[in-house]
Design a protein around this ligand. Structure first.
Ligand code: SF4
Ligand code: FES
Length: 255
């Protein structure tokens, strides 16, 4: 029988840790004593390496202990934005969050992002989030003939919206926003970031259409500058600053 003392303390020079994940689960069909749609917490104990991320731990649980555990992921490198979840009460990407940075001597809490309907375990229905993004028309709008070569832009013009081009649509910002949780209509920070990327693009001619949409009762004026969005963004985008720039454009009429 394997004892705790026999567990290797490192493998290939990488420390090994015993970690507990406490995961918030929900099965729409019900499971065991749990009614359909009921949330409950379940603990899993795993052996992990110090270099493992939360996504590695979730894979280990799914592959070795409970194949029914449901979560989204794709790239595992912080690029696709599909594995945003609430880890120790903060929105983060599971693939970019190392277990060793989460005080693994205590159970690590993992929950779905808040404010969107849960479909199963850590998977939420992203459609309301994408619907807000579609509202702001996230594509280049131009008039006149298409140039034979590229639409020119100076480095200074490009720099105006560089930060908001980094968005990976993970929804960590929007689902960290207390107004989004409670309001029911607010577009949310990500839709404003998506609009900012085009409003301040010198090649775009749809700025005022987008600003008019964001001037609506579901738009930027709902923002209470809580900064939760900026803290949550795994790409380091200054989300609150982008929202302020959109508000300033509406107040001054200048872009
Ligand atoms: S702004 Fe940041 S947190 Fe919000 S969706 Fe984009 S990448 Fe995710
Ligand atoms: S799995 Fe793609 S961002 Fe984490």
């Amino acid at each position: 029988m394997t004892t705790v003392e026999e567990t290797p303390t490192e493998v290939g020079g990488v420390p090994v840790m015993q970690v507990t994940l406490r995961i918030k689960r929900m099965n729409p069909e019900g499971v065991g004593d749990h009614a359909p749609g009921e949330d409950y917490w379940e603990e899993f104990h795993i052996e992990a390496h110090a270099t493992d991320g939360v996504l590695d731990a979730l894979h280990k649980i799914k592959w070795e202990q409970d194949g029914s555990l449901a979560f989204r992921r794709s790239c595992a490198h912080g690029v696709c934005g599909s594995d945003a979840m609430r880890i120790n009460a903060r929105n983060r990407l599971a693939c970019k969050t190392l277990l060793k940075d989460l005080n693994p001597s205590k159970p690590i809490l993992v929950e779905p992002i808040a404010g969107l309907p849960v479909e199963k375990d850590l998977i939420v229905d992203m459609e309301p989030f994408f619907a807000s993004y579609r509202e702001i028309m996230p594509f280049l709008m131009t008039t006149g003939p298409t140039p034979e070569r590229e639409r020119l832009q100076s480095p200074e013009e490009r720099a105006r919206f560089d930060d908001t081009t980094k968005c990976i649509m993970c929804a960590a910002c929007t689902t960290a926003c207390p107004v989004f949780w409670t309001d029911g209509q607010y577009f949310g920070p990500q839709a404003i970031v998506g609009a900012h990327r085009f409003i301040f693009d010198s090649r775009d001619e749809g700025q005022w259409d987008r600003l008019e949409i964001l001037n609506d009762k579901a738009g930027v004026w709902k923002c209470r500058t809580a900064f939760n969005c900026t803290e949550a963004c795994p790409r380091g985008i200054e989300v609150t600053k982008a929202i302020s720039e959109v508000k300033r454009a509406l107040n001054t009429g200048e872009i």
